[in-house]
Design a protein around this ligand. Sequence first.
Ligand code: ARG
Length: 603
Amino acid sequence: MGEAQRRLLGYRSALLEPPMAVPSVSTLLTARLVEAVRVAGLDGYDIAVERLAPTSKAGFGDYQSNHAMRLAKAVGQPPRVVAERIKQALEADEAIARVEVAGPGFLNLHLKDEWLCQRLALQCEDPAGGVEDSGQGRTVVIDYSSPNVAKRMHIGHMRSTIIGNALHRLYQASGWTVLADNHIGDWGTQFGMLIVAWRRWLDPVAFEADPVGELERLYVAFREAASGDAGLEDLARQETARLQAGDPDNQTLWKRFVAISMAEFQGVYDRLGVQFDMTLGESFYNPELPGVVESLLGSGLAEESEGAVVVRFAEDAAEKSVRGRTLVIRKQDGAFLYGTTDLATIEHRLASWAPARAVYVTDGRQQLHFQQVFAAWKAWRQARGLDPQAIELVHTWFGTLKLPEGMMSTRKGNVIRLVELLDEAVRRARAVVDEKSPSLDEAERASIAEAVGLAAVRYSDLSQNPQSDVIFDWDRMLAMDGNTAPFLLYSYARCRALQRKGEVQQPGVQALAVSHPLEAALVRQLLRLPDVVAAATEGHRPNLLCDYLFDTAQAFNRFYYEQKVLQAESEALRASRLALVEASARVMGRGMELLGLRPLGRM
Ligand code: ARG
């Protein structure tokens, strides 16, 4: 997408620097292994070198390759002999301290500390933190948050907002052009019901106090009344039809409902620092829906069934999950459905932005919905002679987040005001800050509490495997130790405190060197950031980055407790350890920003 097009879209996603060209250690070593294989005369076998990843166990070297074992058969030599040939070619490399041929023919690579320190300095000085450009100019649409108008944003929408926003940041950092789209539910038959209820039962005082709450109450009131009075349903249908036909009074009311809800949603977005590039809700696609159904009928994919129009998936459909299922795209009464809108949405996104990928972030209960929509869209493309793979469609679903019984004044079920939940988080964080840092002034404690409270809510969500069900737990998320936001923030602030205490004017990373196994381990850990970001982005698993940050903070703390920094044995050691402190702060800080956490210089 060109600059002009971004501006046209009101492009606001450039929160983070685009990646620069600092290759990661894994990338460099993989390239060097490829080169060594060539030098050893072993490149003619059509067996690609697999990307190297850091080893997890001590004793396997820093990196391990099984390439010799994969080649052996084709070469016609024993794997260990092939490994020896590659080993010789590798040993000349400036990065490599030594190579061992181990077990059946593994190559264990031990890297030089000095070389690793140079790489770490480059990584830290790269504005992108060494995160690689996996996007390569491609565009991804991320469809997240997407609450429904005239209803409260529920806890599932909060998860979608938090996880979606982390993916938004991760993709952006990885060089993708991200278009964040808030696909709000702002259309449908419920608006006819609301219009009827509004005209009959609106309580202006309640509305003044809590507009969205009153809209919700009106909706519930309508449902209750309609169960004893079938005429009401008819009235609602008429009002919906009038709205759709452009009746000015109904349009005005509907716009008001949308504006009221958007203001409530915006409160949550502002608190969480979430910005969308567009909010194209369901209503935006409404004019397209008759055409979608016509086209599906015309291409023979949809059929009429008892007055409705449906897409039937064959018993042997390519996509297993949809076999034998039916997706209704127009009801008997002529109304279109959620799936019809989603089909029109894919078409619109493809035609407008030609994204390589579209990612939908919702809870797991919508799995079947998206499987059907994706399968129907692909079949529809094919029927029109178009490429069904033009967009890679991905549903990133998450499990449910349960609030413990009686956690807040929940009105019913899990429906609470999310802004209140965020306020409560900040209030609780304030208590922790008051206890730990009574010497800081009032304004600073308030600002720290705001950062810690929001970070705690965010991080407790992101640090779990997205697909597990989780229970919201204040004590756990605010704990100072364990895999929590306060622990991470505290570890980062500890770096900054140390620099203040040492009166370091301009902290830098040039003096990096290794004088102890704990430092060697920390350097290696810090160098993993780019690989972890790549894995978290591609796998849509921000929790991988959380795990990494937790390990990093632990590695830093071990170093901090064992090694003298400010009182180091020599000036050179003091400088190199301070450089290690700075490198740790940069890596932890960058990682936290990628998750939407604001690192604090003081806690
Ligand atoms: N509004 C929907 C809900 O609250 C989520 C929409 C997700 N996005 C989409 N394109 N269907 O469940």
